[in-house]
Design a protein around this ligand. Structure first.
Ligand code: CO
Length: 133
């Protein structure tokens, strides 16, 4: 597992939060993208070397909708860059972590992603992501 690739923040209103983060960083989102299979609309900001992902739910069954209901807006996940997501999920499985999706799936921003269950990581939802070449 390598550097933090991005931090994901759950928001209720993506348009409003895009404006807020544009003010915060002094630059607009470089991309917005809907991931239909996940029921989310996302936007991405770069601030220096750091990437922030904002996530809004697009339907009430979306994991983001459930998160907002339970916890409200705030940090939703931390994503780490990995070179080989299949090898890394296998390694972590052997270490006893619960992988939410053992077969990596296509996430936003051109990545293959897999998530670790937060109950095994001190309450933090961990995303592994590998750039799709
Ligand atoms: Co993410």
């Amino acid at each position: 597992m390598k550097k933090i690739e991005h931090i994901g923040i759950a928001v209720k209103d993506l348009e409003a939060s895009n404006l807020l983060f544009e003010k915060l960083f002094g630059a607009p989102a470089y991309k917005t993208e809907e991931v239909e299979s996940e029921g989310v609309k996302t936007s991405f900001f770069m601030n220096g070397p750091n990437k922030i992902e904002l996530l809004e739910a697009t339907n009430p069954d979306s994991p983001i909708a459930k998160f907002l209901e339970k916890k409200g807006e705030g940090i939703h996940h931390i994503a780490f860059d990995v070179e080989d997501i299949v090898a890394e999920t296998e390694r972590l499985k052997k270490e006893g972590f619960t992988i939410l999706n053992e077969i990596p799936k296509r996430g936003a921003d051109n990545k293959l992603v897999a998530f670790l269950h937060p109950k095994g990581t001190n309450g933090v939802l961990v995303e592994l992501c590998q750039e799709i070449p």
